[in-house]
Ligand binder design. Structure first.
Ligand code: IMP
Length: 186
């Protein structure tokens, strides 16, 4: 199956996880228009629908975001824009004086199997740190605490627990079941 993303890091992470399920994935390196939506599910579904006529065969896309409890889920579906505009420093500024630091990352995968779109999600819970820490990750990793380390301090270890890993595992285990049952029918 194909993974449509312009983000090489996301592709490498997915490829490594797919191998555990003996699934080969092909990278379709491509930027696609992300429609606006109230939640990741809506955005992922609409994005996949727009790609159905352009990509041959089964494919998936992934959309993710950071949800901060005390900010009522902000930046959520607007994470990419918020990261580009106010960034990690801006989020820490918004959180000044706020003691509830609970937050989670969520990933939603939209998978098109050739006839219909199915969604798979993954969540990882953590807290927003009080300062920027670590240099190994991307995006909001330096302010997202998982236990007592930020994702940016965890490096590759992050991939064992990330929201994306959890969503990808759901997708691959569901797909890996398909050939087994089909094989029984033959
Ligand atoms: P998108 O799924 O590529 O649209 O990413 C949404 C935004 O959420 C990214 O630009 C990042 O700012 C943020 N984000 C998503 N996943 C992660 C992650 O694993 N670490 C840090 N930031 C993330």
């Amino acid at each position: 199956m194909k993974f449509v993303t312009s983000n090489e890091g996301k592709f490498r992470e997915a490829k490594a996880i797919a191998e555990n399920f003996s699934i080969q994935i092909e990278w379709i390196k491509m930027e696609y228009e992300e429609p606006q939506g109230f939640n990741l599910e809506e955005i992922a579904t609409k994005s996949a629908e727009k790609l159905v006529d352009k990509i041959k065969g089964p494919f998936f896309i992934e959309d993710s975001g950071l949800f901060i409890e005390s900010l009522n889920g902000f930046p959520g579906p607007y994470s990419s824009y918020v990261f580009k505009t106010i960034g990690n420093r801006g989020i820490l500024k918004l959180m000044e004086g706020i003691s509830n630091r609970r937050a989670y990352f969520k990933s939603v995968i939209a998978y098109f199997d050739g006839s219909r779109i199915t969604l798979f999600d993954g969540v990882v819970e953590g807290r927003i740190s009080y300062e920027i820490r670590g240099n190994k990750g991307f995006g909001f990793d330096p302010i997202f605490l998982y236990g007592d380390r930020t994702f940016a301090e965890m490096g590759e270890e992050k991939n064992n627990v990330s929201h994306r890993r959890r969503a990808l595992e759901k997708l691959f285990s569901s797909v890996a079941n398909v050939p087994i049952s089909k094989g029984c029918d033959v």
